[in-house]
Design a protein around this ligand. Structure first.
Ligand code: MD3
Ligand code: FE
Length: 219
């Protein structure tokens, strides 16, 4: 059992938040109270749209297993990256975004100053020990004025957060179970990635980390 800094806060107290960089707000433990409901909703999504390792245009396969919910889903294959309305595995629309997930994303965005956030895509990333995400920008969306909201569940990860210039060395942050980050404004096009996941055992999720990113893909 890990001691948690925020277990002692009275229920009426707002959870702590940290400005990581201009436009990047970390809401510590924002989703912890809802973790079981969120996991149940995610499990229902991935029962219909299974997590899968995607092919990349460069000829690799992602070490992270991915799926999506919502009107659009982010997909990668040898032809490139794009948002698609149909799951290429099933030919069916992606499962709807669960209400508890959408609600969480909108509450977090509002807390960070984006009261009008209406995500139309939610990418689900599952990390087993050793899985990683190389430094990249998220720029397949049409309108960069909308933020991206990320939700971390399960094992903690070392998140690499750079700048809009790939050459600048990224800062490292730990993202823990229940943390939510809103990436908007000047942080929206920052390079970012995830270091190889360290092995461990999480009480609710077991030997893995799940990250959801809520996005506005179409303008
Ligand atoms: C900063 N996912 O799916 S979440 C991704 O933990 C992705 O699975 C990581 O990067 C993960 O594209 C990181 C944090 C995150 C997400 C999107 C961002 C940070 C971001 C977009 C712009 C800047
Ligand atoms: Fe990303």
């Amino acid at each position: 059992m890990t001691a948690d800094l925020f277990d002692d806060l009275p229920p009426s107290c707002e959870a702590a938040q940290t400005l990581l960089a201009p436009g990047a707000v970390l809401l510590h433990g924002f989703a912890r109270a809802d973790d079981a409901a969120l996991l149940q909703a995610i499990n229902a999504v991935i029962a219909r749209a299974p997590l899968r390792h995607m092919r990349t245009p460069g000829g690799y396969t992602t070490s992270v297993a991915m799926s999506n919910c919502g009107p659009l889903g982010w997909v990668s294959d040898p032809d490139g990256y794009r948002y698609a309305a149909l799951d290429p595995l099933s030919g069916q629309p992606w499962p709807a975004m669960p209400a508890c997930c959408l609600d969480l994303a909108q509450r977090a965005a509002a807390q960070a100053g984006f009261a009008q956030f209406r995500p139309d895509a939610c990418l689900i990333n599952e990390y087993a020990p050793g899985a990683k995400l190389s430094l990249h920008q998220d720029r397949d969306e049409k309108d960069f004025s909308a933020p991206i909201v990320s939700l971390s569940l399960g094992l903690p990860a070392v998140f690499l957060f750079g700048t809009p210039r790939r050459s600048e060395r990224p800062q490292r942050y730990r993202l823990s179970h229940g943390d939510v980050v809103v990436w908007g404004g000047p942080a929206r096009l920052a390079y970012h990635g995830v270091a190889p996941l360290a092995d461990g055992e999480h009480a609710l999720l077991g030997r893995r980390r799940i990250n959801l990113t809520f996005r506005r893909a179409n303008a």
